[in-house]
Ligand binder design. Sequence first.
Ligand code: ARG
Length: 457
Amino acid sequence: MSNKAWSGRFSEPVSDLVKRYTASVFFDRRMAAQDIRGSLAHAKMLARQGIIAAADLSAIERGMAQIAGEIERGEFNWNLDDEDVHLNIEKRLTALIGDAGKRLHTGRSRNDQVATDIRLWLRDTIDLLDGLFATLSHALLDVAEAHAETPLPGFTHLQVAQPVTFGHHLLAYVEMFARDRERFADCRKRVNRLPLGAAALAGTTFPIDREFVARELGFDGVCANSLDAVSDRDFAIEFCSAASLTMVHVSRFSEELILWMSPRVGFIDLADRFCTGSSIMPQKKNPDVPELARGKSGRVFGHLMGLLTLMKGQPLAYNKDNQEDKEPLFDTADTLIDTLRIFADMVPGIRVKPEAMAAALRQGFATATDLADYLVRKGLPFRDAHEAVARAVRAAETKGCDLPDLTLAELQAFSALIGADVFGVLTVPGSLAARNHIGGTAPDQVKAAIARLRAMR
Ligand code: ARG
């Protein structure tokens, strides 16, 4: 019979397969630092409340310091027999300091312990992500600033629609990532609550001080209901949901990078170190990093779905199902962290090819709306202006040229209101400059938006 923490009432040991099936130590050991932090705060509270002796607290602190060192140096002997990170550490503590180690679990359960560890771990992760969002946004802002005046065809339905600037286009992603960052900050508020004190599910008979533990661990407050504290993982689901939306944005950006880098489009080039070649086609330079990011969005969405499904059938309070929350959560965080890091590295190396963008702009009658707006300003109702310009576009198409290539006489055939000043609005710079309001693509507005975004932290 093993000396498992809960073995007293069992008459036979679990099989090796069951042991492996139920153990979590090989993935939850990632939370060792958080587990130790939580235990130290709990022990300090127990001593302050007179539940354990001051000497026990000193022994626990000494033992935990040694264990933390062993883990850091890779010397800690993680053992499948001890199921999870919590029991592994507690067992080592008891081996090091004896009875004081066995007193640590007073007034606590692994149920509130694991919920605390995950919340601490997730809080650390969110704080790391916050910095990565800042770095990526600043990288995007730098490129946007360099190209605040560079014309790019703006697309709707993947058809040339109206001119925009490349800077304006990148700022759209800066906005998306700013909202993502806000979502994580908001999620953090609900993550940052202390479950400890809930014990197994009902609370504990000892005179604990939960507020003290919360303060010690930097939580904003305590989970108000013990059953809820140990059982819900909605905060982890929220995290995965925010991560999924970020990956949606990353994936859309990736799709554009891939498209722009296609030789058929040729708007940009990515630095070689983010691309790979083909083992058979010597000419190839493939945008592997954006392609993988687009692909990895799928696994993140999958984890969100997994966690939702994990939660939906569970009666209160804790069920072992919850042990399955960690791998999806860790993988979501790892994927997102790597993705944001690699994009922050890749963005400064985007080589913009303004000639290709300008050539594409000459092909799609991108200033047709500007001509319609011009006619409206001359007094024509918008619907009539729209019709007149549609006929002009058809004529240009037949002639094989763009709208500004038509002569004044040719243009006047579609409306007598057209004068020589029309060529000012038919040019791309004229079209861009005219959209001069907050949120518009005029270079001055793009520069102002960049300044506003830079001023945010
Ligand atoms: N390893 C477990 C988990 O990840 C810790 C909590 C175990 N609690 C229990 N009553 N078996 O959820």
